[in-house]
Design a protein around this ligand. Structure first.
Ligand SMILES: O=C(CO)COP(=O)(O)O
Length: 254
């Protein structure tokens, strides 16, 4: 079965209620390819999840940007997977590099989070990616493989997982990976899944790209055979997010 194109919008730590309502209004008015062609998931900060859920068109879905690693309880400042389910939020982004690097989330901790969220029925956008230093030292594939391995060791069912390859050097820098660079790592990740999980999981799991994706560069990236969509940061706050959603048709016309 073909992998359905996936476009996620990671709003990160941005927005006021007014701004969020404006973004949602723009999305709600947009004419985009049907749900059969593209899965669209937007990820507002926790505090805006209810307002976005109330206002967002029903063919778009919502993701939280993180959740606690196990069952909720005495963990001040955390938001549990149970709470996301209670709010009717189907998706969660886990292991974003901003959390791995700034908040010191280890591969094992991210793996535990992915396993716990999946066990409750949440769908997970699991992020992997190398720093500039790691790329320059030639360890890109080893780094993303280790990040993926820590997840693979803890889960047995990949059907609710989307892997987001987000090279750290391309995030928020305007320095997008070239289509060839993205394709190369996506190919290696898929090969890793084939060799270490199964051929079926490798064929069916979506691997999306993130890092300075915008309305101008999305089509060329989308045309790469192993690029199954995007996780968009900055541009997901702007109307050009709609152009990125529309790049799904590049696949359909193949
Ligand atoms: O981190 C990202 C998405 O999760 C990418 O961010 P930018 O699109 O702003 O580079």
């Amino acid at each position: 079965m073909a992998r359905k194109f996936f476009v996620g919008g990671n709003w990160k730590c941005n927005g006021t209620t007014e701004e969020v309502k404006k973004i949602v209004a723009t999305l709600n008015e947009a004419e985009v390819p049907s749900e059969d062609v593209v899965e669209v998931v937007v990820s507002p900060p926790f505090v805006f999840l209810p307002v976005v859920k109330n206002l967002l068109r029903p063919d778009f879905q919502i993701a939280a940007q993180n959740c606690w690693v196990r069952k909720g309880g005495a963990f001040t400042g955390e938001v549990s997977a149970e709470m996301l389910l209670n709010l009717g939020i189907p998706w969660v982004i886990l292991g974003h590099s901003e959390r791995r690097l700034i908040l010191n989330e280890s591969n094992e901790f991210v793996g535990d989070k992915v396993a716990y969220a999946l066990s409750l029925g949440l769908k997970v956008i699991a992020c992997v990616g190398e720093t500039l230093e790691q790329r320059e030292s030639g360890s890109t594939v080893a780094v993303v493989a280790a990040q993926t391995k820590a997840i693979a060791e803890r889960i047995s069912n990949w059907s609710n997982v989307v892997v987001a390859y987000e090279p750290v050097w391309a995030i928020g820098t305007g320095k997008v990976a070239t289509p060839a660079q993205a394709q190369e790592v996506h190919f290696e990740l898929r090969k890793w899944l084939k060799d270490n999980v199964s051929a079926e999981v490798a064929t069916s799991t979506r691997i999306i790209y993130g890092g300075s994706v915008n309305g101008a560069n999305c089509k060329e990236l989308a045309a790469q055979p192993d690029v199954d969509g995007f996780l968009v940061g900055g541009a997901s706050l702007k109307p050009e997010f709609i152009d990125i959603i529309k790049s799904a048709t590049v696949k359909k016309n193949e």
